[in-house]
Design a protein around this ligand. Structure first.
Ligand code: 5AD
Ligand code: SF4
Length: 410
């Protein structure tokens, strides 16, 4: 049977897209393969959000392309955000790339796969002609990382145009997945043994399908029997409403975790970023969440070195961090992305300064995270065990109802 190797960069949406491609290929008889050298097809799913992510993807693709010459018949596909941004230029840049499928085509990926590998493979006269040898979309657990958690994209694209961000350009405008499709995807997964679903979208709070908004979608899906826990990401603070928090607080089905990217603590920088909230409005939001969900983990994305950010403004970000007490945060140095509004702004900060700010930020957040985790010592947590850790003495791995990853050695 043919085999496929995946290399996925970037966010959870990319992981979900890779899973979908894997499932479509499985229906056509492709088995997952753990080694690029031995696979018939390599799929590289790319990210464009920062320059470093593109650099990593490019060098991996180039590696695969040059190794590919040694293996007759192997195909190399590049999909996702960088594929969207660069298109077929990638084929010229890296000879050996056979197919480029951009992120905007992801919800129609079935058509692209069908065009290359039509369902129903001719396995020869012995079987009496054409036989379908594809396996089910649902891979047996030995092939998938975890058999209990899965993603369901509910919306794609973004209309927010934050000044630094390439996403609206490579993923296109917001589109919500029809409610019926979300519901049937959840049911299908739960029937296949999935216990926890994470709804994905660049800005899930913008979900709206024929009048069904995100809080309504959540309360309807919470009724699904057999589904133990629901997560979602990412929420834009400007759209995170009291009604949404009420829905989460009113059912035991939701993870007590909110990922709420703040990006910066200075109002001038937030306004330049086009984030549409102030630091104090963000802090009110945190108060509202903590009043309704006192035990909730709140996590965030934070950026340093946005064009013209002064040292005093960076210190406002540190101050916000101290007040917010995020359980964890993803922290980045600003990376210029061609075509975005920020790309035409004078940066006025050296790379060394950006890195020094990032180090200071990470040091502070690491300390806060450590304090929060130390407080959990001695607590009893309900953990959904998700997978076997290969490295650390074969411990089991899982996640509590919030965002804490848990290792269970046994
Ligand atoms: N430079 C640095 N970080 C960025 N992000 C998005 N665009 C950029 C960029 N140009 C970060 C934001 C966002 C997260 C997914 O990536 O913090 O929330
Ligand atoms: Fe990018 Fe802003 Fe949209 Fe998030 S909300 S994907 S940061 S443009």
């Amino acid at each position: 049977m043919p085999s496929v190797y995946f290399q996925t960069f970037g966010c959870q949406m990319n992981s979900a897209d890779s899973d979908e491609i894997r499932a479509l290929l499985a229906e056509r008889g492709f088995l997952p393969c753990g080694s690029p050298a031995e696979s018939d097809l390599i799929v590289v799913n790319t990210c464009s959000v920062r320059e470093a992510a593109e650099r990593r993807a490019r060098s991996r693709i180039a590696e695969f392309a040059s190794a590919k010459r040694a293996r007759a018949g192997q195909r190399l596909w590049v999909v996702g955000c960088m594929a969207e941004r660069l298109g077929d230029k990638l084929k010229e840049e890296i000879p050996g790339v056979d197919l480029v499928i951009g992120a905007k085509r992801m919800e129609r990926i079935g058509e692209a796969i069908e065009a290359h590998f039509p369902k129903g493979i001719d396995v020869g006269a012995d079987t009496g002609g054409v036989a379908k040898i594809g396996i089910s979309r649902h891979l047996p657990p030995i092939f998938s990382k975890t058999a209990v958690t899965d993603f369901v994209p509910v919306m794609r694209g973004c209309d927010n145009y934050c000044a630094y961000c390439i996403v609206p350009y490579v993923r296109g405008n917001e589109r919500s997945v029809p409610y019926e499709s979300v519901e049937s995807a959840v049911k299908e997964k739960v029937d296949a043994g999935i216990k926890e679903i994470t709804f994905l979208g660049q800005n899930v709070n913008s979900y709206n399908y024929n009048g069904i908004d995100f809080p309504e979608l959540l309360s309807k899906i919470a009724e699904t029997s057999g589904l133990a826990r629901i997560r979602f990401t990412t929420s834009h603070p400007k759209d995170c409403t009291e009604r949404l928090i009420e829905v989460i607080a009113s059912s035991g089905k939701f993870a007590s975790h909110t990922h709420l990217p703040v990006q910066a603590g200075s109002d001038r920088i937030l306004s330049l970023m086009n984030r549409k909230y102030t630091a104090s409005r963000y802090r009110c939001l945190l108060d509202m969440i903590r009043t309704r969900l006192p035990r909730a983990d709140i996590t965030s994305d934070i950026m340093v070195g946005f064009p013209t950010e002064s040292d005093a403004e960076f210190r406002e970000t540190l101050e916000l961090l101290r007040a917010a007490r995020f359980t964890t945060a993803f922290m980045f140095a600003y990376s210029k992305r061609a075509g975005t509004a920020a790309a035409s702004m004078e940066e006025g900060i050296s790379q060394a300064e950006k890195m020094a700010r990032l180090t200071e930020l990470i040091t502070l957040q690491t300390e806060i995270t450590r304090e929060i985790y130390e407080k959990a010592v001695g607590e009893e947590l309900e953990v959904l065990v998700t997978e076997r850790q290969q490295k650390r003495d074969l411990a089991w791995m899982g996640q509590d109802a919030g965002c804490k990853r848990v290792l269970i050695s046994c």
